[in-house]
Design a protein around this ligand. Structure first.
Ligand code: TH1
Length: 829
């Protein structure tokens, strides 16, 4: 019967004459059909949001078409695949990105005009998919775009949180968090796959069994939760390939609670079933701090177990022998969050597939590679042994076995060096005995990637020094990148046209190295005119946005100076605010003739603080307190405005970045693993004011140091400076501005006291006091450069021209070649 159906489908497909049509009339018809049958509104009466939904569904149809073809083709060719495991993906909006990557943006714009709608206005209706915290998650999203565009046979796997990253609202200058129930109005970009689901087990006990005369362990789990797949097609640009991001949602399982029904406790049985869903309910809103929470561990294992069942099923469809596993599969773990997958692969191979331990371990070591994003040893994930033993008893045993063998091997090299052995052990002894997830990853993965050169150096010389000495070849640098499709083509269309016009080709959108061709025209007056116009239009958009949100009117002649990223002490937003206070103080004390020489500034800050992070929340409040004072001071006028943009997210970034003149990246040297925001600003021709940290060091190499404003202590100087303890006396100016906050010049004297304490003598861990003078010098240099608009524009062009290296396409090529051993697999239609 099945064969008959297939034949029928083939005949039908022939009749349908291939693909969906993309001419304007067909698109209009499709959109209206979706208004009527998907959104279920009358085609004579629907609003902008409903129009967006219908439009999105018509785009989705086209995505699905390519995505089917791509998977059909992958299946036929059976190439080695890369599976990218990440607990976070920060996708943002999908509409504009999809139509651009599908190459049908003009047709859609035209179709909508005919229907009396504006594409851009409808695009604004879409909410962000914010299933991640910050850099790590957005980087995962950029990597998906590059994997699709470069035709790699790739899958992304993650969690479909019901609540994404919290919404930030500001009340009286204080941050409040509200839930982000992003699925409220449905999500047209996902496809629910009720038939693709797997049971994921937790708790229970481990028992011994004899099988074919051999003793083996079996796990008798105590709880089962169903993982249901939601597929999100990711279209490549300039290719028909569309890959899959498969996110898992937790649903109650039918397997274990039959008993409660038979005992008659029907209502409670239903309520208990519902509890299963909590696993995929909410994204943890902290980056870089681990609390050893049970739910977090369950989230990790839940998505890892479902993904591996899916991957192994796909493998077994075509292959019988696990010897072929490493030839067909590469698994990438994004930070240590999915590293429980190492123990899970061992469990499946040993307990379920009955492979020898050493054979299974050999396979695991050939398939896994990891990227570490953290910098500090304290930032590495640790799971209490008791917790792991209760939630995943068999995995704990497996990790002990891995560790036992690791220790045996280490003894061969390091013999009696017990300190070293205990540092390298996967098990950390101490008040709370814990599993070091990073050490587990290091023991198994064949490559350990750092995200910038400076970062890799830190990993090699500090964080994982012992492992580096043992396995130097495992350690590799894969400097992060961002996708020029989203960060230029989607978010800055005017810049996109200028680049294509001057290069005489759009090829840079797939091959960004070509962008260096702009260097040749860096002094061309015609390009300068176009460039300045582009910037002006983008600034206008940003100014309108600022006025709508904050009622602050800003002058377009001012320098738009921006710092947007998560709020963290090490990112030093406080340094920025103290710098603003200094500027304010200077202007206040100037006479009129001096004032005329001041370069007007709009200082824009945006970012979320983790809900439990008190210092970060105080920084947000201080920002507002300073803004209130400065913006209402008649002595200041347009010379200085301070703006906090609430609820910073991907779509806000798309608006803010193209409209910025200067961007700030102020992390204390050695603390930002890479930083990717700076790359987006660079692509958009915004000048960078930065410390020599993370990727900024490599940016300076690409564009030349004179084209950016570098300042502050260098990575190697930081430890000695800390040792020495800087003093406020080191900088009178610093002492003065801190004093102003302390004395209540901006109000909230008591509230800000503890914030001031963090940068006071001795306590200034992030060296704000030390770097302040050099920061002010860099700011003054930026002012001088801005006065000479020709020079500024030239620096701006050179920034964009030098941004080629920071495309995630380059990063992905490096991963493909050096870590994964995969080849492109391009769908031929
Ligand atoms: C960030 C790093 O801080 C940043 O420097 C880097 O550019 C980015 O990752 C991408 O590589 C990190 N984000 C997280 C998030 C969590 C835990 C650790 C890090 S490090 C949850």
């Amino acid at each position: 019967r099945k064969g008959g159906l297939k034949a029928k489908a083939e005949k039908m497909f022939g009749l349908m004459d291939g693909f969906l049509k993309n001419d304007s009339v067909s698109l209009q018809k499709d959109i209206l059909d979706h208004v009527e049958f998907t959104v279920a509104r009358s085609r004579f009466n629907f609003d902008d949001f409903e129009a967006y939904q219908a439009l999105a569904h018509s785009v989705r149809d086209r995505l699905i078409e390519r995505w089917h073809d791509t998977h059909q083709y992958f299946k036929k060719k059976d190439p080695k695949r890369i599976y990218f495991l990440s607990l976070e993906f920060l996708m943002g909006r999908s509409l504009t990105n999809s139509v651009i990557n599908l190459g049908i943006q003009d047709q859609y714009a035209d179709a909508l005009t005919q229907l009396g709608f504006d594409f851009e206005i409808l695009a604004e209706q879409e909410g962000d998919a914010a299933l991640g915290n910050g850099g790590l998650a957005r980087f995962a999203a950029c990597q998906m775009d590059s994997l699709a565009t470069l035709d790699y046979p790739a899958w992304g796997y993650g969690l479909r949180y019901q609540y994404g990253l919290f919404r930030q609202i500001i009340v009286d200058g204080f941050q409040h968090e509200q839930p982000d129930f992003w699925l409220n109005f449905g999500n047209p970009w996902e496809i629910e796959r009720v038939h693709v689901s797997y049971p994921v087990k937790f708790y229970g006990t481990v028992e011994e069994e004899v099988l074919n005369g051999k003793k083996c362990k079996i796990w008798i789990p105590g709880e089962s939760v169903e993982a249901v797949a939601y597929d999100n097609p990711i279209p490549g640009y300039g290719t028909r390939n569309a890959i899959n991001l498969r996110l898992w949602a937790a649903k109650p399982s039918d397997q274990y609670d039959m008993e409660s029904y038979t005992t008659g406790d029907y209502i409670n049985a239903i309520v208990n079933r519902q509890k299963a869903e909590t696993i995929s309910n909410v994204l943890y809103p902290d980056d870089r701090s681990y609390q050893g929470k049970e739910l977090r561990l369950k989230q990790q294992y839940f998505f890892v177990s479902a993904s591996l069942q899916d991957i192994i099923r796909r493998f077994k469809d075509l292959h019988k022998n696990f010897d072929e596993f490493p030839e067909k599969i590469a698994l990438q773990i994004n930070d240590t969050h999915p590293s429980i997958s190492i123990a899970e692969v061992m469990r499946v191979l040993v307990d379920e597939e009955h492979l020898d331990w050493s054979k299974a371990w050999g396979i695991a070591c050939r398939i896994f590679s990891v990227t570490i994003h953290a910098v500090q040893p304290e930032g590495l994930e640790k799971i209490p042994v008791d917790l792991l033993g209760s939630v995943l008893p068999r995995h704990l045993e497996i990790i002990y076995e891995i560790n036992f063998r690791l220790m045996e091997e280490l003894k061969k090299s390091f013999d009696q060096d017990y300190d070293r052995l205990s540092r390298m052990s996967i098990i950390e002894e101490g008040a709370v005995k814990s599993i070091r997830m990073a050490n587990l990853s290091l023991a198994c993965c064949h490559t350990v990637n750092g995200v910038s050169r400076v970062h890799l150096e830190t990993l090699k010389t500090r964080v994982f020094k012992d492992f580096y000495e043992l396995w130097p070849l495992k350690f590799q640098c894969k400097t992060n990148g961002v996708t020029q499709r989203r960060w230029i083509v989607v978010s800055n269309p005017s810049l996109c046209s200028i680049i294509s016009k001057w290069l005489g080709t759009e090829a840079w959108i797939r091959n960004v190295d070509l962008i260096a061709g702009l260097r040749e025209y860096a002094k061309d007056p015609d390009l300068h005119t176009e460039w300045k116009n582009m910037k002006k239009v983008n600034k206008m958009r940003l100014a309108e946005y600022i006025e709508t949100l904050t009622s602050v009117k800003v002058s377009l002649d001012a320098m738009f100076d921006v710092q947007i990223k998560r709020i963290h002490e090490y990112k030093r937003q406080l340094l920025n605010i103290l710098g603003i206070i200094h500027r304010y103080d200077c202007i206040k004390n100037m006479d009129e003739s001096d004032k005329r020489r001041v370069v007007p500034r709009v200082c824009i800050i945006g970012g979320k603080a983790a809900p439990g992070y008190e210092v970060a929340k105080k920084i947000i409040k201080l920002c507002h307190a300073v803004a209130d004072k400065v913006n209402s001071d008649p002595d200041i006028g347009d010379l200085l405005k301070v703006v906090f943009i609430p609820d910073y997210n991907v779509s806000v970034a798309e608006l803010v970045i193209p409209g910025s003149d200067l961007s700030q990246h102020l992390s204390t040297a050695g603390h930002e693993a890479s930083g990717t925001g700076c790359m987006k600003f660079l692509m958009n021709g915004c000048l960078l004011l930065a410390t020599a940290d993370g990727s900024a060091v490599e940016i300076a190499e690409e564009i030349g140091e004179p084209n950016m404003f570098l300042f502050g202590a260098k990575v190697d100087e930081v430890p000695a400076l800390r040792e020495k303890g800087t003093t406020l006396k080191g900088s009178l100016q610093f002492a003065r501005v801190v004093r102003m906050v302390r004395d209540g010049y901006f109000g909230f004297k008591d509230y800000f006291k503890s914030l001031c304490d963090t940068v006071e003598d001795g306590g200034d861990f992030y060296l704000l006091g030390h770097d302040f003078a050099s920061y002010l010098e860099a700011q003054a240099a930026a002012d001088r450069a801005f006065v000479d608009q020709e020079k500024w524009t030239q620096m701006s062009i050179l920034s964009t021209a030098g941004s080629g290296k920071f495309s995630s396409d380059r990063t992905i090529e490096e991963y493909a070649e050096q870590s994964w051993g995969i080849e492109p697999c391009k769908c031929p239609f």
